[in-house]
Design a protein around this ligand. Structure first.
Ligand code: CU
Length: 111
């Protein structure tokens, strides 16, 4: 059994069971390069209050974020991603955070 088949029902149960109104957005994260970027964003978003889950798709370069809209909003999520060193929609990456990224995570780093 694939892990994803186990995870999806668990995520749904969490989302429905959590009381506050849960919504999800797909954030455009065009500067992500590799699996480490994925980890950085997913781990970083875990620390954002109100965010219940996030999933980075390296192929489409989008990040799906599930959150409680009473606790946070899209602009805070965009800022959090920017603070991790990545562009989020129209919000550019924080230059200091970007500089701290490993070489493979910088634009063109995989080439
Ligand atoms: Cu990376």
């Amino acid at each position: 059994m694939k892990l994803i088949q186990i995870l999806i029902p668990i995520i749904f149960t969490m989302v429905i069971g959590c009381g506050g109104e849960q919504v999800n957005v797909a954030v455009n994260t065009p500067t992500i390069q590799c699996g480490m970027c994925q980890k950085t964003i997913e781990m970083g978003l875990k620390k954002v209050s109100g965010v219940t889950h996030s999933a980075v798709d390296l192929e489409t370069k989008t990040t799906k974020v599930f959150f409680d809209k009473e606790k946070t909003d899209l602009s805070k999520i965009e800022k959090a991603i920017s603070g991790l060193g990545y562009q989020a929609n129209e919000t550019l990456a924080d230059p200091i955070a970007y500089e701290r990224l490993p070489g493979c995570c910088k634009i063109g780093g995989m080439n």
